[in-house]
Write a protein that binds this ligand. Structure first.
Ligand code: URA
Ligand code: SF4
Length: 197
C-alpha cells in the first residue's frame, strides 16, 4: 500500500477530532486499490461498517457489489470511502460540522489516489462535495469541477426498498466504467454540468 495512504488510514483510526469518536466502535477509513481510476464516496459508516472497520460491508455494500459485478468490476480493483469516517448514532445524517471536520481525510485520499473520476453515491456525498441536492434528478450525469471529473449516482442503500433503483444503479455503474475506459483511451469527455465554465 502507498505509505502516505497508510499514514492517513492510521490517523483516521486514531482520530478524535469530532464527537462521533465517542460513540463509534471503529473508525472506517477508505479501502481498496490505491491505483484505482475511480474513488466511490458514500455518506458514513453504518452498523456493520462500525463493527468491522471497513466501508460498505453491510446490506448497502451488497447492493453496490451487485452493480459492480453486473459491470464486470471487482471490489478489489476500486477504492471506496465515505464523507465521514465514523458512524453517526442511529445512522442519522452527519452534521455539517462533522462533515467539515472530517473532510481533510477525504481530500487527502483524493490527492494521493488521483482518480480519473470520483463516483458520488447519494445526496450526502453530492451535497458535501459539490454542494448539490436532488441526486435522483442528477444521477447518471458527469460533473467537472476544478479539473476533476465526478459521476453522480444514487446511494446503494436507496435500492434496498426500491427495486427500480437497483436497475438505475446498475445502469449508472455500467456507464461509469464505459466512461473510465474512454478517459483511459484519451478521449475527450464533455461534462453535463461544468462548474469551471
Ligand atoms: N452507507 C454508507 O454511506 N457508507 C458505508 O460505508 C455503508 C453504508
Ligand atoms: Fe475524526 Fe472524522 Fe471520525 Fe470525526 S468522523 S472522529 S473527524 S475520523
Amino acid at each position: 500500500m502507498d505509505s502516505e495512504l497508510e499514514t492517513t488510514r492510521q490517523k483516521v483510526i486514531e482520530c478524535t477530532k469530532c464527537e462521533l469518536s465517542k460513540t463509534r466502535t471503529n473508525a472506517v477509513p477508505g479501502k481498496g486499490n490505491f491505483q484505482s481510476d475511480v474513488i466511490f464516496v458514500g455518506e458514513a459508516p453504518g452498523r456493520n461498517e462500525d463493527k468491522n472497520g471497513e466501508p460498505f460491508v453491510g446490506i448497502a455494500g451488497q447492493r453496490l457489489n451487485i452493480a459492480l459485478e453486473n459491470a464486470g468490476v471487482s471490489r478489489e480493483s476500486i477504492y471506496i470511502t465515505n464523507v465521514v469516517k465514523c458512524r453517526p448514532p442511529n445512522n442519522r445524517v452527519p452534521t455539517m460540522s462533522e462533515r467539515n471536520t472530517c473532510q481533510d481525510y477525504l481530500q487527502k485520499e483524493i490527492s494521493i489516489i488521483k482518480p480519473k473520476i470520483i463516483c458520488i453515491l447519494g445526496n450526502t456525498a453530492f451535497n458535501s462535495i459539490l454542494g448539490g441536492s436532488e441526486i435522483t434528478k442528477y444521477r447518471g450525469k458527469i460533473v467537472k469541477k476544478d479539473k476533476q471529473f465526478y459521476f453522480l449516482t444514487v446511494h446503494p442503500a436507496a435500492t434496498i426498498y426500491n427495486q427500480e433503483l437497483i436497475t438505475v444503479l446498475k445502469e449508472d455503474i455500467v456507464k461509469l466504467f464505459d466512461l473510465i475506459r474512454e478517459l483511459k483511451n484519451g478521449k475527450q469527455i464533455s461534462a453535463d454540468i461544468d462548474y469551471s465554465a
